[in-house]
Design a protein around this ligand. Structure first.
Ligand SMILES: Nc1nc2c(ncn2[C@@H]2O[C@H](COP(=O)(O)OP(=O)(O)OP(=O)(O)O)[C@@H](O)[C@H]2O)c(=O)[nH]1
Ligand SMILES: [Mg+2]
Length: 428
């Protein structure tokens, strides 16, 4: 089975917690705090695997979680950093946000991308000693690693895409011009998944061609194998539009071209604008020089402003001329398309930071509930049994405007405040 898009879940490791510990040594009466810091969580990294061309592996594994950082230990021992998790993807995989469909990264832009950063390790208690607080009984928890759902979408990297009706000879042409060995047979939809072939033209010159399953009328609405496979020619710089000029199945080549171009436009107006070279295949089966309908066909192709080549994938006729034209055309065309990032990591971070700082207060049955993502994380760092930790907590509430916000909501001395199940009486 061929898989070219799939949704996965990734999560970077959490940072380890800072340690609470005090130096102990014979004859040393009151050793200072020596709790070490937590290690950082492992990152989620995507890396290109040049040898693969399917996302099949993700059918069996869709959840990737990087290692957490180790907790800090006594004697200033730093916790171990969590190992990164490296996810291998075929070249040309796009990483998208499943909700908005926006491109986060195109794996043809670079070989590696850090999709989620591991959490920071928390500070051990040794960082919290001050002249007035010599016995800090609290340390910080590590922060959570980033997590997200990601849509992986494979868009192969090829210069040239072969397209046309089923059985017009697309795979036969690819087999003829490259070392690829696609399945070839006289029935429709022989090709079920895209094939790539490297066309070598000598002296290091050449290009990459992709052969995709055949299209038919109504492909945009799911007829045949649908038009989903067009994603694999999305990046192509040039399209080879293949028709069966011998009309072996009784269809009119001009009609064929119109149908395919309509389907292309329905899939993507941009792809429909991509330059095309028209390839009239199976010319061994027709005396095309004498056939009047071939003149009509030539006239039609000329009206589209495309070049036309009569070829035979079986005898090889016309193929060298076609390859020269393809190579010349490619030289004029812009390089393979790289999808621009539609959301940058910075934008995302800014967005989530704004959301994180947000605090809301709601009143229910006389109790004031305070909520906010940052508060939730922050609550995890407080040791409510420790006086110092509690006073740190109240200072942070004050500094971040939570107390003012409560007052604005009509909270008065003695009212009950609830922050993620921690309840206390409001005191101004
Ligand atoms: N006589 C002749 N037969 C050809 C030529 N090219 C392909 N064929 C035959 O046409 C049939 C279909 O060829 P394929 O290469 O499988 O066609 P395709 O366009 O890849 O078809 P799908 O993968 O089903 O979309 C096979 O029986 C081929 O042998 C040609 O130039 N001349
Ligand atoms: Mg085929």
């Amino acid at each position: 089975m061929f898989i070219d898009h799939i949704q996965i879940y990734v999560k970077a490791g959490n940072g380890g917690n800072g340690a609470i510990s005090f130096h102990r040594e014979k004859y040393v009466a009151a050793g200072g705090p020596d709790g070490g810091d937590g290690g950082r969580g492992g990152n989620i990294i995507f890396r290109v695997d040049e040898g693969s061309n399917t996302l099949l592996a993700f059918r069996y594994k869709r959840k990737f979680v990087a290692e957490n950082g180790g907790d800090g230990k006594a004697d200033k021992m730093h916790g171990k950093n969590g190992a990164d998790t490296v996810i291998l993807v075929p070249p040309g995989t796009l990483l998208k946000d499943p909700e908005t469909g926006k491109v986060l990264f195109d794996m043809s832009e670079a070989n590696e991308f850090v999709a989620c950063r591991g959490g920071r390790g928390g500070w051990g208690n040794r960082h919290f000693a001050t002249p007035t607080r010599q016995i800090p009984r609290f340390a910080k928890s590590g922060t959570a690693g980033e997590e997200r759902e990601l849509l992986l979408e494979l868009k192969m990297i090829a210069d040239v895409g072969l397209l046309g009706f089923p059985s017009v000879g697309k795979s036969s042409i690819l087999a003829r011009i490259s070392a690829a060995k696609p399945k070839i047979a006289g029935y429709h939809f022989t090709t079920l998944s895209p094939n790539l072939g490297v066309v070598a033209l000598g002296e290091g010159r050449g290009f990459v061609a992709a052969d995709i399953p055949g299209l038919i009328e109504g492909a945009a609405d799911g007829a045949g194998l649908g038009h989903d496979f067009l994603r694999h020619v999305d990046r192509c710089r040039l399209l080879l539009h293949v028709v069966d000029i011998a009309a072996t199945e009784g269809r009119d080549p001009i009609e064929d071209m119109k149908v395919i171009n309509r389907e292309l436009a329905q899939y993507s107006p941009e792809l429909a604008e991509r330059p095309q070279i028209v390839v009239a295949n199976k010319c061994d089966m027709v005396l095309y020089e004498d056939e009047p309908y071939c003149r009509d066909f030539e006239e039609y192709v000329r009206s589209l402003g495309c070049e036309l080549f009569y070829i035979s994938a079986v005898t090889g006729e016309g193929i060298p001329e076609m390859l020269v034209a393809v190579e010349n055309k490619l030289r004029e065309l812009p390089p393979i398309k790289v999808y621009e990032r539609e959301i940058t990591a910075e934008e995302e971070a800014a967005e989530s930071a704004a959301g994180e700082r947000e605090t809301t207060v709601r009143r229910e049955d006389g109790i004031f509930y305070v909520e906010g993502k940052w508060l939730y994380n922050f609550m995890g760092q407080i040791n409510f049994d420790d006086y110092q930790s509690l006073s740190f907590f109240s200072r942070v509430l004050q500094k971040n405007g939570v107390i003012d916000l409560l007052r604005e909501h009509g909270c008065k001395d003695g009212d009950t405040v609830n922050i993620y199940d921690f309840e206390f009486d409001f005191v101004q």
